[in-house]
Design a protein around this ligand. Sequence first.
Ligand SMILES: [Mg+2]
Length: 256
Amino acid sequence: MSDPWQECMDYAVTLARQAGEMIREALKSEMNVMIKSSPADLVTVTDQKVEKMLLSSIKEKYPSHSFIGEESVAAGEKTVFTDKPTWIIDPVDGTTNFVHKFPFVAVSIGFVVKKQMEFGVVYSCVEDKMYTGRKGKGAFCNGQRLQVSQQEDITKSLLVTELGSSRKPETLRTVLSNMEKLCSIPIHGIRSVGTAAVNMCLVATGGADAYYEMGIHCWDMAGAGIIVTEAGGVLMDVTGEVLAPQSMLPSHRWTI
Ligand SMILES: [Mg+2]
């Protein structure tokens, strides 16, 4: 049987490359940084330009499809999650890295049909690493098949997480005390790359044993989620339940 979504996935890879090229070009020039939800939640003209390019390209080719994009939502657009083929986009994941030229910045595209993840594309554009996952067909990075780590002993684990962008004292205290508890188990270490999508892809490669973060959005996970599961990993919410795509919606945003 032919794969109805393969053409969409090929197009997503092409668009992610194009977006990555825009981001690499923008890294060479001066940036105008704006603030979103907190002084550490940043956005630039590049985030908006890249999202516009991705949305207009997809809309032109697939006019019947739906979209959820980080910057469109930030601009006040409503998100309605239906059974229709839906593209969930983070044009620049790792905007703080981008602003500082810290070399981990990703374009994330997730594709969901009937609320099921069909494929994900994460392009870590400074490293030139193209991560892809297609339901039932495995996960790859630059064509190489990915497999999560087999480590089951947390004391031998390397974890990835982020401090997040909230600077509220109580939130910071919770985030730091979670890290302290983990380190005291003890575990081998904690790393932060600065983008949820790349953190998740690192789990897919087996380079990290697990990633956790609270307060991230659907567009942070939609691309990398299926890359992790297709590499043999699992997605869970904080209760340990398997994470369903509908719980990735902005209205279900986890907070601490
Ligand atoms: Mg973003």
